[in-house]
Design a protein around this ligand. Sequence first.
Ligand SMILES: NC(=O)c1ccc[n+]([C@@H]2O[C@H](COP(=O)([O-])OP(=O)(O)OC[C@H]3O[C@@H](n4cnc5c(N)ncnc54)[C@H](O)[C@@H]3O)[C@@H](O)[C@H]2O)c1
Length: 322
Amino acid sequence: MKKILIFGVSGNMGGYLAEYLLQNCSSEYEIIGVDLVEHPTVKKMVNIITMDINNEEEYSKLPTKDVYAVIDMIGPMPARMVGYKPMVYVETNVLGSFRIFDYAVKVNADRILYAKSFIDIVKRGEEQLILHVDDQPYFDYDNYHSVYCVTQNATKELLRCVHEFYKIKTFTFRLPHIYLWNTNDRYSVKGVPQKMMHRILIDKATAGETIEVWGDPARQKDMVYVKDLCQMFFKACFTERETGFYNVGTGIGTSLLKQIEGMRDVFGGKKKSELVFCPEKPNAPQYIMDIKEAVNELGYEPKYSYLDMLEDMRKERELGRF
Ligand SMILES: NC(=O)c1ccc[n+]([C@@H]2O[C@H](COP(=O)([O-])OP(=O)(O)OC[C@H]3O[C@@H](n4cnc5c(N)ncnc54)[C@H](O)[C@@H]3O)[C@@H](O)[C@H]2O)c1
């Protein structure tokens, strides 16, 4: 069987991707996970090879024949980091990813898929709202995201070298925040874990508590669901194209007010939360991802409206799989 390897399969997005590929790939393909750790739900779906991608010797655990696609979703990020350890970004996001690419070349894989963040361009959203694939990096060099940002941009360029030198197919994805349900509702801000803002809002909506709407309620964000990201990855696994760089998103903006009303309506019980406007509080970031390249080149078509996404997240909350 042709093998598709998902590196980072036990992470927040990995289990969803494993499931999507299992449901959509033909029986010619075997999905294999790779991670430092085994996630109990994911382990029931696919075989997981445990290894550290930074350890050259452990690559001997990986298959050497019939490897079709290699998907790199490992990249440590500030949202998951406790404290500040920039060396982890350099070691894993640059060297670790390059080792994965090198492995893919050595085993004659057909293609490599690589996930990076949109942290290099999100700041542009303040001036232009719509973020394009060819927007040049524009970011600050003095914060908890800077080294992460530089390492992921370097790795995107390294992947281009790999493509042009070895002629292996390569696809890079630029991800905004990917919405999904996970039992872990924390992320780090400046190295300190705290509850994610949308999870605070969902918990308040569930309890029927008053919700504050901070800043400008008309500011919009592209709310993309993990299952649409999976569709994009799946399509890149089977496109005839040689290479591509894609923004992940829906191409649609949802205002902060619509976001909060949606959470109130989908997660709220009989007692609906009252909304209180606090325009003096800070604004959330604003951005809409221009997804035309993914639509035109991959045939990507987002399936989840914002409310569909919330309904599905509610189901995943009940299932408690991830
Ligand atoms: N989740 C998002 O909203 C988001 C946004 C932008 C970019 N991204 C990028 O997408 C990718 C996946 O995101 P996620 O949320 O699933 O990440 P995650 O942190 O939840 O998962 C990463 C997985 O990689 C594994 N891993 C870390 N270091 C490893 C190593 N040295 N060897 C082997 N395995 C290792 C971890 O055990 C974990 O299971 C990352 O590259 C991230 O930078 C994610």
